[in-house]
Design a protein around this ligand. Structure first.
Ligand SMILES: Cc1cc2nc3c(=O)[nH]c(=O)nc-3n(C[C@H](O)[C@H](O)[C@H](O)COP(=O)(O)O)c2cc1C
Length: 219
């Protein structure tokens, strides 16, 4: 079994990193360390895509759906070669994973740019992934300063879960293979006017810790 663990928080004291660690520790306790791989996308960022990436992508798309291993034959020039050399290992890493674990802080209602850079790389235009990821599972651990759950005033502003559900669904994962763990109201210790919500923070964190541990032990 293989687990690809991605963290994307830029914080030195990150809630999502603590929660993904709980999942990863439970997972490695059951499955061992041989199949465990971690990337810190904030500390060790994936290079943003370039014009050469888009040019190669358009050429690949013009051939229909191309398996990633056949893209190399369509590369023209050193700039495109560099882009493909940066991209293919990341795609292979995703294909090799049975489970993807993502730590995703909410930044401006959505995902951090560090994670979006990885998404834009691994989703190479025209490179065909769908049937290979049917059985892959994704566990997305989010943390938010506010509350965005069902029935809250900010529910419609959650552009993390709907976006990542749609993204992984389009990537080919089964809907029931995508799991979310949310820690909400994470700033009540810091922001004075949120102090009255500390109990909500504690309850949300405890539930997230429990869910991360359970999923890690069972997936
Ligand atoms: C750049 C930035 C943007 C943020 N935007 C939001 C936001 O739109 N909504 C929100 O509820 N919290 C927001 N926050 C607060 C974080 O979601 C919160 O601190 C969370 O715990 C971050 O996860 P982490 O602890 O893993 O870094 C933002 C924080 C930062 C640094």
């Amino acid at each position: 079994m293989t687990l690809l663990h991605l963290d994307s928080s830029h914080s030195s004291d990150s809630v999502t990193r603590r929660l993904t660690r709980i999942f990863a520790d439970a997972w490695t306790a059951s499955n061992g360390h041989a199949g465990y791989r971690r990337r810190n996308l904030a500390a060790d960022p994936v290079a943003p895509i370039t014009a050469a990436y888009c040019t190669l992508g358009r050429r690949v798309e013009s051939h229909g759906l191309v398996p990633p291993e056949k893209v190399a034959a369509l590369v023209e020039g050193p700039a495109e070669q560099r882009e493909w050399d940066l991209t293919l290992p990341l795609i292979k890493e995703v294909h090799a994973a049975d489970t993807l674990l993502l730590g995703v802080p909410m930044y401006n209602f959505s995902v951090p740019a560090s994670l979006k850079a990885w998404i834009d790389r691994i989703t190479f235009p025209g490179a065909y992934m769908e049937d290979r990821l049917r059985g892959t599972r994704a566990v997305v651990v989010t943390a938010r300063g506010g509350a965005y759950g069902p029935g809250t005033p900010n529910e419609a502003l959650d552009f993390q879960e709907p976006y990542l559900r749609a993204y992984f669904g389009r990537l080919g994962l089964n809907e029931d293979g995508i799991h979310f763990v949310h820690a909400e109201m994470t700033l009540t210790d810091i922001v004075p006017h949120l102090a009255r919500f500390k109990k909500l923070t504690a309850d949300s964190l405890a539930a997230a810790q429990e869910k991360a541990k359970t999923l890690g032990a069972t997936l």
